[in-house]
Design a protein around this ligand. Structure first.
Ligand SMILES: [Zn+2]
Length: 111
C-alpha cells in the first residue's frame, strides 16, 4: 500500500466523536381544541396530563388552553390513552394500585 501523500491533518473539531445511536426526532405534537374559546392548536406532549381512573369514565386527559388559559378536561378513550402514552405524556393514576397481594399464607411461602 502506497502511503497517502495527503498527510495533512483534518481540521476537525477536537474531541468531537461521532455519536452513534442518537437520532434527532421532532417534538411530538397533539392537536387539540378548546371548548371554551373554540380555538384549535397543537400542544407538545408535556402540555398534557393523562389521568387514568378505575374505569373508562374516569379516564381523562387534560390540558391548559394557550389561548384563553382555561383548563380543559376531556374523556380519553383507549386510543387516546395509547396515543398520549406513546407520545410521552405524563400519566397520572387516580386509583391507588394496591396490588393483588395474597392475603394470609400463600402456598409455598416458606421454603
Ligand atoms: Zn380556550
Amino acid at each position: 500500500m502506497p502511503p497517502t501523500s495527503d498527510a495533512s491533518d483534518t481540521p476537525g473539531p477536537p474531541g468531537d466523536a461521532p455519536v452513534y445511536g442518537l437520532t434527532a426526532v421532532a417534538p411530538v405534537l397533539f392537536k387539540a381544541a378548546c371548548p371554551e374559546c373554540r380555538e384549535s392548536f397543537e400542544l407538545p406532549a408535556d402540555a398534557f396530563l393523562l389521568a387514568i381512573g378505575g374505569s373508562r369514565r374516569t379516564t381523562t386527559y387534560s390540558f391548559t388552553c394557550p389561548s384563553c388559559d382555561s383548563s380543559v378536561r376531556k374523556p380519553a378513550g383507549e386510543r387516546i390513552v395509547e396515543l398520549l402514552g406513546q407520545g410521552g405524556v405524563r400519566t397520572l393514576r387516580l386509583h391507588s394500585v394496591a396490588g393483588s397481594a395474597p392475603a394470609g399464607g400463600g402456598p409455598g411461602a416458606a421454603g
